[in-house]
Design a protein around this ligand. Sequence first.
Ligand code: FAD
Length: 303
Amino acid sequence: MKQEIIQKFCGILGEEKVLLQEPMSCHTTFRIGGPAELFLMPSTVEAVGAVIKVCREENLPYFILGNGSNLLVSDEGYRGVVIQMYKNLGAVQAEGTFIRAQAGALLSGIAAAAREASLTGFEFAAGIPGTLGGAVVMNAGAYGGEMRDVLKEVTVLTKDGTIKRLLSEELEMGYRTSVVKRLDYIVLEAVISLEKGDQTAICERMRELARQRISKQPLEYPSAGSTFKRPEGYFAGKLIMDAGLRGYQVGGAQVSEKHCGFVINAGNATAQDVYRLMQDVQERVMDRFGVRLEPEVKFLGNF
Ligand code: FAD
């Protein structure tokens, strides 16, 4: 990348917020991924807008990164600009029965703020290891709850650089999708609407869901959660298990023995290992059951 472009980003963010050839394995829960050509850490909404403007003017590909918990980055990395929302844009504030949070706030942090304010309705999200932005984009959900149940409004940056406020009915949220995803908006912040509840009951519910996760999911290994979306009328994990793939391994990537819906990094897995394993799983499940498994995990870089 040209030095003058790098200087532009340094001018906007300060040199310490501009990293060259940053290993993406440090920023994904899979602990996999080659370097991002440029890794930017804007800490204000204005800085996000200014950085995107430069990317557009200079025709640079860019990628918005949350906590990298639903992401597989290729071994060669990404030739472009990664813009990290997590860590830098993480303010969370309770206001009555609402919680206002920035896109980079972790769902666990928002759930903790809700608990402190005795607000119920967000317990389902406490154990999802993503940011608010990543969760809005794909309408993250667990244990009967989904983001669409709790979002009051979302502030986004549109492709033409304008800031827009979307009310819940404008978000078009479905299973792992939303208008934000469809139109490539960038989530800046959101307001979550909850109800007054009993703090002890909220704590207990969160503890119970955490227990369930620990007992059913391979949390002791790096992964990106459920690798495939739930096909209509089936469970991906059960199809994979019934296809005889429990523990199936390609290099360091493995179908978890604890939960076949998870592909884990069992030790030094490469992105190619995971990718090839996913292809094998898709092929085998298609052969056996005629069901197409669609990846839930997002891919970044060349595969
Ligand atoms: P990333 O992985 O960083 O990004 C994912 C996508 O969102 C990318 O396309 C990225 O560009 C986009 N994105 C991120 N932030 C923004 C933004 N501000 N604006 C626009 N686009 C953005 N998911 C569930 O739904 N339910 C679960 O129960 C669940 N359990 C999990 C358990 C484990 C152990 C793990 C590792 C993952 C699990 N996941 C689960 C998957 C993942 O945590 C969620 O999908 C989460 O919402 C991803 O958020 P993220 O910030 O990590 O996004």
